[in-house]
Design a protein around this ligand. Structure first.
Ligand code: GYE
Length: 356
């Protein structure tokens, strides 16, 4: 047998032995079965079922804008009445229309270990990032109601509120309808806008400008006929008085809420003009006060904005407490619009069915 063959055989035997040795426990049955003590069976306690939150467990820190309008009063009532109905604890804070107050309250709710849900009606579209991040770190559920903000969507669960851009487009469509009887070159519309910085005002103004061209309405800003009325009657009346002192060549006015439209109507009448005839007025919110001016014919149209958001908002917060994050980042409110042309009797009947 040649040397190389002997070497090959030796090598084969060596490798075989090595493999066998590696798996010796597998091929050589032990002479006595080793006593294998099975590891102790740990009967883990059944996983504790995750807690299922109910409204009784919900403690809400609600940061309201203030009490600037009939719409706001209805919005506040919705949260207070629904909290009682559902048996949740509501810590209500009125920021008196000051952003700094909202930030302070938000921080305090973040520090309160009993609060598990924070609801914000934002005065402004910016300025909340720090307190939102603090809330996230503190594990609070945050829901935006009424107004959207410009913040990272991961910092809140969802926003429940109106499509204000769509409302602005409804302003324009209603005003185009109202001006049908006016010459094409007599479509000058004044704008009394909501509080500066509020998403409701920003987006209603934007929506109006997207559609005003449909009937040749020039941009109120280009006519120097656009100014905030800060959601209130007195300031809006003064704004309209100033507009009318500047020019009588105004055929329409939009108020971003009913109080602003009513202030404009008061100024129009005191200037000896007839609202609903000389100057067409469109408001928003469709509150009981707005309805009165639809019924009298002094307001041509009122664009509805739903303040009764509490049931939806509390339901969303409870979902989040129970880990259900399936809602979209925005849940738009459902709303319509009303016209003087529906007639006083029909509008009076509708008003009887409304809560605000
Ligand atoms: O139109 C106005 C209130 O954010 C939709 O704020 C709300 C607006 C509403 O002051 O009346």
């Amino acid at each position: 047998m040649t040397k190389s063959r002997t070497l090959r055989i030796a090598m084969t035997v060596g490798v075989t032995v090595a493999l066998a040795a590696c798996s010796s426990t597998a091929t050589t049955a032990p002479t006595t079965a080793p006593v294998v003590t099975a590891p102790p069976v740990v009967t883990a306690a059944p996983p504790t079922a995750a807690k299922v939150y109910t409204y009784a467990d919900m403690v809400v820190g609600f940061i309201q804008t203030g009490s600037e309008s009939g719409w706001r009063a209805a919005n506040t009532s919705s949260f207070q009445e629904t909290a009682k109905e559902k048996g949740l604890k509501l810590n209500f804070y009125d920021a008196q229309n000051k952003l700094e107050n909202q930030i302070t309250a938000f921080h305090q709710f973040n520090q309160d270990p009993t609060v598990n849900v924070i609801i914000l009606a934002a005065l402004d579209v910016t300025g909340y990032d720090d307190v939102l991040k603090e809330a996230k770190t503190a594990g609070k559920v945050v829901v935006l109601e009424d107004r959207r903000i410009n913040a990272d969507a991961s910092l809140y669960y969802t926003y429940i509120g109106s499509d204000f851009d769509a409302e602005g487009q409804k302003f324009a469509a209603a005003m185009c309808d109202a001006l049908k009887g006016f010459p094409a070159d007599k479509h000058n519309v004044a704008e009394i806008s909501g509080a500066v910085g509020a998403s409701a005002a920003i987006d209603r103004a934007k929506g109006f400008r997207e559609k005003m061209g449909d009937c040749g309405i020039p941009d109120p800003t280009s006519l120097n006929l656009s100014q905030t009325g800060n959601w209130g009657v007195p300031e809006s009346k003064a704004v309209m008085e100033a507009f009318l002192k500047k020019t009588k060549n105004i055929q329409g006015v939009i108020g971003h809420n009913d109080e602003e439209a009513i202030g404009a109507i008061q100024a129009i009448k005191e200037a000896g003009l007839k609202p609903g005839k000389d100057i067409m007025v469109v408001g928003a919110d469709a509150t009981a006060d707005g309805f009165k001016y639809l019924i009298s014919g002094e307001m041509f149209a009122d664009i509805e904005c739903n303040p009764l958001l509490a049931p939806q908002v509390y339901e969303a917060a409870l979902k989040a407490l129970n880990g259900d994050l399936s809602l979209p980042k925005w849940v738009p409110s459902q709303e319509g619009q009303f016209f003087a042309s529906q007639g006083a009797a029909a509008l009076t009947d509708i008003l009887k069915t409304r809560k605000y």
